[in-house]
Write a protein that binds this ligand. Structure first.
Ligand SMILES: [Zn+2]
Length: 447
């Protein structure tokens, strides 16, 4: 057990600019957050808490922990391999097949280093879409890596195993899910939950996908599915498979009708803006989804190409959405730009919602995380604001447009310090590069 897993105590975070993301509490210019037994006990000004450990947050922003809803953590040591791809086909040739060289040990080490990087950059919850479960040990070692840290995880067990044996292995994979479900049910602190990374329709076909989703529903598991070719959302709707417990990823090709279907069932979608935009996909879908009542969320997706950093995703998403919206206005003859009802749609605060309150819903924890609300889990990030302090206006503007991962000073998950005053707790920093380079050497033959 690391120091970071020590029992959560009573902590008073004092005098910060608190951005609660909860309309009932708003923002506090000089606010305090009291943490008790891992949960947020109070939010307000000048709180009294005799005996509590006091954390001075003056000059800092206090925000809910960021939530990444789509991350393939096993790809972490492949950083750079996915740079400069020019098509999905490129990805299918140059990056994805490398997974077959990963052993269970490689899965442990890559998941661990990725989790450390995400946590140190303020991502307190990840949805690990583990689509490299080539053996039971691959999944179990990935889970062991998650247990070694105190990050909150939805472990989406990838049903896409060996591509040529999807149907043949299906039964044994569901049996393995049964066993993991049983083991995690006894997990004392409950930070790690099991979900399903459903097989993509174009690989598995409707009958396998249906079995997986029915299994997930029977056992109350959150699920997520890659959605790339057109028409799949409609097809899943026609088969009665859509639901708020199923998070499509990408969905760039979704029609407005399909987005309406997702919105009607309270769905979230994970948009992985940098990977999608960098790969040439249409990003107009994010605003169309938001307008259709879908809750957008954000993900890094592929560490082989994209930094494991949600601050980048926030900023890129805001600016791409603005650029796309301006293009729509230009093409409609509304140029030069002027404000009119409903436009511009997106603001820094709205994008911050994507990575907090919306994402909490996507991982099935809307009542537990995503905002600084009394009663919720104390998943919190304190951000330095440097010698010049917070910019004028909405502090969400500062978080999205000014803050970087380097500003992450302190991170708590369930009221336990995972990072404090810039230092990760319970992580052997000297061992990290050896783990990372070790995997890279074994699977790519380079150091
Ligand atoms: Zn993906």
């Amino acid at each position: 057990m690391s120091e970071g897993r020590a029992a959560a105590g009573r902590i008073l975070i004092k005098g910060g600019t608190v951005v609660t993301m909860d309309p009932a509490h708003g923002d506090l210019d000089r606010g305090d957050v009291l943490v008790e037994n891992g949960r947020i006990a109070q939010v307000g000004a000048d709180l009294e808490a005799p005996g509590a450990e006091v954390v001075d947050a003056s000059g800092k922003l206090v925000i809910p922990g960021l939530i990444d809803t789509h991350l393939h953590m096993w790809q972490h040591p492949l950083a750079g391999l996915g740079a400069d791809l020019w098509s999905d086909e490129d990805y299918g040739i140059k990056v994805f097949p490398v997974r077959e060289r990963f052993t269970a040990r490689d899965m442990y080490e890559s998941t661990y280093t990725c989790a450390v990087e995400a946590l140190s950059r303020g991502t307190t919850t990840v949805l690990n879409f583990c689509h490299n479960v080539l053996s039971e040990e691959h999944a179990e070692e990935s889970l062991r890596a998650h247990r070694a840290l105190g990050q909150r995880v939805l472990f989406a067990y990838g049903m896409l195993g060996h591509m040529d044996r999807l149907a043949a292995e299906h039964g044994s994979r569901l049996a393995h899910l049964d066993r993991i479900r049983g083991e995690l049910a006894g997990d004392r602190d409950g930070l790690i939950r099991l979900g399903i990374g459903v097989t993509s329709l174009e690989y598995g076909g409707m009958e396998l996908v249906r079995k997986e989703i029915e299994y997930g529903r029977e056992h109350g598991l959150m699920m997520t599915i890659h959605q790339n070719p057109p028409g799949q959302i409609l097809e899943m709707h026609q088969n009665g498979l859509l639901g708020a417990d199923l998070v499509p990823v990408h969905a760039n090709v979704a029609t407005d009708h399909e987005l309406g279907l997702l919105g009607a069932c309270g769905c979230c979608v994970s948009f992985t803006t940098e990977g999608e935009f960098g790969g040439g996909r249409s990003m107009g879908v994010i605003a169309r989804a938001d307008r259709a009542g879908v809750r957008p969320t954000l993900g890094v997706d592929v560490p082989s190409a994209v930094a494991v950093d949600m601050f980048s995703q926030l900023r890129i998403t805001l600016n791409i959405m603005r650029a796309v919206e301006a293009q729509v206005e230009r093409e409609a003859g509304r140029w030069p730009l002027s404000r009119h009802p409903g436009s511009p749609l997106v603001s820094a605060r709205r994008v911050l919602e994507y990575a907090t309150v919306n994402a909490a819903r996507a991982v099935g924890l809307a009542d537990e995380i995503g905002s600084i609300t009394p009663g919720k889990q104390a998943d919190l990030v304190l951000l330095n604001t440097g010698p010049f302090g917070i910019g004028v206006g909405d502090p969400a503007n500062h978080i999205v447009l000014q803050s970087t991962a380097a500003d992450v000073d302190t991170v708590l998950v369930a009221g336990r310090f995972q990072k404090r005053a810039g230092e990760l707790i319970g992580v052997d920093m000297e061992a990290l590069p050896r783990l990372f380079q070790g995997v890279r050497g074994r699977v790519l033959g380079v150091s």
